[in-house]
Design a protein around this ligand. Structure first.
Ligand code: PRX
Length: 649
């Protein structure tokens, strides 16, 4: 990627009505970094508090004592800001537009209805003995009940842990155990692309795993009526319990630093980590970013195509938009069903003004040619957004020209599960766009680039992206393991938050994220640790050793390339490749499906036994011309074999 690209200047029509134009962005940004206390004290007023905070910021990235607190003497309840306070002014406005997998299924839920449903479920949760501080795991389809469940947990002070519905029973079990979760809320089945996914069966399977005994109950939404096993006593039908409850439920008074949710994500080593997000700072940040970055104007229809199983769904389908009184669209299905025109058709059907999606979805559509958008006009669109991975300029231009009819700015939003909300992104009325660049930092965000030793790089530079000071949406810890939190994010470069991303800064100070610099893969915008896939593979009896790397993939951004060394005596066959593929899918979930498996009689290792992934990455990417220094290898001949037998031709 180069920055010798087109520049798309801010459009006058957007700047004229935007929440921030150039001057306002600059003034607010400056204030936010020069006087964070003053800036955030003011911004905190955008949400509803029981007790307004007077202590604004207490944060240190000192690796001996990472301590992050925002608004620490304030009390609030997130569901009140998202629901109650809108009842008077917009009770009959649609809060959620739900579009089913089947194009004939849709419904509108008003703020009043959402409030009532949330209170009913909150009362039901109490009846099940769930209270403040208990963790509830949500393993749900993209249906309004998923948002209701998140808000109902928030209402009573329970902590939700949403697990993406595409994860396997083992992955789900691991997360139930990790969070010590007493209850799972799920559905009989989810529906995606016309296919049914057996969510309840998966929960049943997960709960046979050792350690899941902590989970006492499973609450089941009837989505399809498909056949499921029923365990009397342990299983409860959602509607049986919820429909009879009162439609009012007092909101628990929470401290700003009480946890709102846990969300698991993959790192470069070990098991997935449950990031802990707290209540006050998170909500202020999600709401502020949603308003300014998507330039959300009252009455607009906003659609984020993510799943609530990811952080994008948390901050930009549920909490940010609802805190802002927005109409947020929730889509159950996939963009390719029943045909590739679906995304545009949904935009027309619901008059969507703001569309926030992922580069992988754009590239998948682009592969079908411009005609794929012929079934829709998309005249209602005003703004587009991209998230999850670097967007290549070609996909950016296509998104702009074909989906946005060459009239909608694109906000390329860089952030992470750990950051809670967007950190680097254009503001559409304030910042000129360059395709492929996330541009400039949001209010209160102080990015920097460092070299391998942690020296700060000035001006035009290429380095590792760090953030120098805290922002309110930041994760506070890893659930149950603060030491790991410190080790992972604050010890590589002392006193700085390390993002794990590489990044370039150009002559205009624009940031260009180049991708992960650690052993984390980003496959179709889904984050995965190579170590997780490797440990799944070595649990198979045919596998002696496995090494997983990413390689460039036209649609997915990155594909999964696996090198497998077989146990002595095992024959390398195509059947075995299929079996290993199924094994990983079953163990982790379909998102971890290997794209390429190569048999590797040996792996390139240093004399101390460390696998040299740099070499494996180059072979997988077919860049075997410049393998760099291989002199430290214990046995350089293994490399020749791997090049000779490359599987990705
Ligand atoms: O590598 C960056 C990439 O996604 C990673 C974070 O993944 P996750 O925690 O799953 O959150 C995804 C949604 C916020 C980052 O470390 N990433 C995310 N957005 C962008 C991006 N890379 C480039 N440009 C983006 N806009």
């Amino acid at each position: 990627m180069t920055d010798q690209q087109n520049v798309y200047p801010v459009r006058d029509d957007i700047a004229a009505n935007a929440w921030a134009d150039r001057e306002k962005y600059q003034a607010l940004y400056q204030q936010s970094v020069e006087d964070p206390e003053g800036f955030w004290a003011e911004q905190a007023k955008r949400i509803e508090w029981f007790k307004t905070p007077t202590k604004i910021k207490h944060t240190t990235f000192d690796p001996h004592n990472v301590d992050i607190r925002w608004f620490e003497d304030g009390t609030l309840n997130a569901s009140v800001s998202c629901l109650d306070r809108h009842l008077e002014t917009r009770g009959d406005q649609t809060a959620i537009i739900w579009e089913g997998d089947d194009p004939n299924d849709a419904k509108h839920v008003t703020y009043r209805e959402l409030h009532a449903k949330t209170c009913q479920l909150a009362n039901a949760l109490k009846e099940l003995g769930i209270g403040k501080g208990d963790v509830v795991t949500l393993y749900m389809p993209m249906i309004p009940e998923a948002a209701v469940a998140m808000l109902a947990c928030a209402r009573i002070g329970a902590v939700h842990s949403v697990v993406f519905g595409g994860f396997s029973p083992d992955a789900l079990a691991q997360r139930i155990i990790g969070a010590n979760s007493k209850l799972v809320i799920t559905a009989d089945e989810s529906v995606r692309g016309g296919k049914h996914v057996p969510l309840k069966d998966n929960v049943d399977a997960a709960l046979t795993r050792k350690g899941t005994e902590v989970c006492e109950k499973v609450m089941v939404v009837k989505r399809t009526g498909g056949e499921i096993d029923w365990s009397e006593g342990r299983n409860v039908w959602y509607h049986d319990l919820v429909d009879k409850q009162a439609t009012d439920c007092p909101a628990e008074e929470m401290n700003a630093e009480d946890p709102l949710f846990i969300l698991y994500t993959s790192g470069s080593t070990g098991a997935p980590k449950g990031l802990k997000h707290t209540t006050g700072g998170y909500l202020v940040y999600a709401s502020l970013t949603h308003q300014y970055i998507f330039d959300y104007q009252d009455g607009e229809v906003y659609w984020c195509t993510a799943d609530v199983g990811w952080v994008t769904g948390h901050s930009y389908i549920v909490y940010g938009p609802l805190a802002n009184g927005a109409t947020t669209l929730m889509f159950e299905g996939v963009p390719s069903y029943p045909s590739h025109g679906r995304m545009g058709e949904i935009v027309d059907k619901h008059n969507v003004n703001i569309l926030y999606t992922a580069p992988t979805a754009i590239r998948a559509l682009m592969a079908h040619g411009d005609g794929v958008m012929d079934t829709s006009k998309r005249d209602s669109l005003r703004l587009l957004g991209s998230v999850g991975e670097p967007i290549n300029p070609e996909a950016w231009e296509w998104f702009y020209r074909v989906i946005g009819n060459s009239k909608c700015p694109i906000v390329d939003t860089w952030w992470q599960t750990e950051t809670g909300g967007i950190l680097i992104s254009p503001l559409p009325g304030a910042i000129d766009l360059k395709p492929g660049s996330a541009t400039l930092p949001f209010f209160g965000v102080v990015p920097a680039l460092v070299d391998a030793e942690g020296n700060e790089l000035e001006g035009v530079a290429d380095g590792n992206l760090v953030i120098l000071d805290s922002w309110p949406g930041q994760a506070r810890s890893i659930w149950g393991d603060h030491e790991r939190f410190i080790q992972t994010y604050f010890s590589t470069y002392k006193g700085m938050y390390f993002t794990g991303d590489g990044c370039r800064r150009d002559e205009d100070g624009y940031y260009w994220i180049t991708g992960r610099v650690d052993d984390v893969l980003n496959v179709s915008g889904h984050r995965m640790g190579t170590a997780e896939i490797e440990s799944s593979l070595v649990a198979h009896e045919a596998v002696a050793e496995a090494a997983v790397v990413g390689f460039p993939h036209d649609i997915k951004g990155q594909g999964i390339y696996i090198y497998v060394t077989l146990t002595d005596g095992v024959e390398p066959t195509d059947e075995l490749k299929k079996e290993l593929t199924q094994w990983v899918r079953k163990d982790i979930g379909p998102i971890a499906s290997p794209d390429v498996i190569q048999w590797a009689p040996g792996l390139p290792k240093t004399r101390s036994g460390k696998i040299m992934r740099r070499i494996l990455r180059k072979i997988a990417a077919n860049e075997t011309g410049g393998l760099g220094d291989t002199s430290t290898l214990a046995d350089p001949s293994v490399v020749d074999d791997l090049i000779e037998n490359r599987a990705n031709r």
